[in-house]
Design a protein around this ligand. Sequence first.
Ligand code: PHE
Length: 340
Amino acid sequence: MIIEQIKTHLKDVNDFQSTESQEIQNFRQNYLGKKGILNSLFASFRDIPNEEKKEVGKWINDLKVAVNEKVDSLQNSVAPKTSNTKNDEDLSKTPFPFPVGARHPINIVIDKINTIFSRIGYSVVEGPEIEDDWHNFTALNFTENHPARDMQDTFFVEKDMNSLLRTHTSSVQIRHMKDNQPPMRILSPGRVFRNEAISARSHCIFHQIEGLYIDKNVSFADLKNTLQYFTKALFGKSKIRLRPSYFPFTEPSAEVDVYWGLETETDYKITKGTGWLEIIGCGMVDPNVLENCNIDPDKYSGFAFGMGIERIAMLLYQIPDIRMFYENDIRFLKQFSTEV
Ligand code: PHE
């Protein structure tokens, strides 16, 4: 009797177990293939008396459903096939010996400078990288058509040119002066942005550290002395010279050169044969800037200075190309793993 046959098949299907995908395929083929059991059952269906067709049809269908369900459930439990043995390695496993991370040279230099200035009472203040025109330019005494506001130098965030990526960290000093009254001694390290062509010596993203000291009777001599202390502490060199310069926010302003020396070929290269290196911009804070921040310029005076971190790191570690700082090449970074 055909129904008895089907019941036996159903039992076989229910009992079938395998974790081999080839075996499961064979099983499927045996029932559902062209010359398989189900097709032969359908073929004999023609000879079934009409009054039994309904019931037999139902049994055949049940068998077909049972085979499909079995194949699906067995296939889901089979592990995905790996194509070659190499892929059996666990790529997420940490190799041994575990590599020790290194601090980034930019952070190492920022920390060194922070430590040097913290010894003479400076504390670190940070501010936003996206600034408005007032904090980055206007409050710092940039006249309306100053070339530094030009699209050439500044990345604007909004079309109205009021929102921009800060071009220096002097903006942080403005924020601090607005919210505090002297005496103040602060350092503001951070990332700055200028729309400059990228080369071995310049980048459109770099870091600065700027200092600000405001109190009663602060003089230019105090500024020079502070910078001398700093260059001695950082480079071991205290011979400096100040050349007149211009910044909108300081008056008078100066450019500071450190006497680096001419002992090696590299010294010749980096100082262009002069022995002198220009590393700091500085000056006495312009009274207009103090006024913009509600500090009385008749009562207080102060100085400010600023420098590029990359340039200093390049000098200290003899790094020939500024782009190396941003490539995150492990071979470059791991050289700093012993620096503290
Ligand atoms: N803000 C100046 C710059 O970006 C550097 C500077 C800071 C100069 C403080 C003088 C005083 O170049």
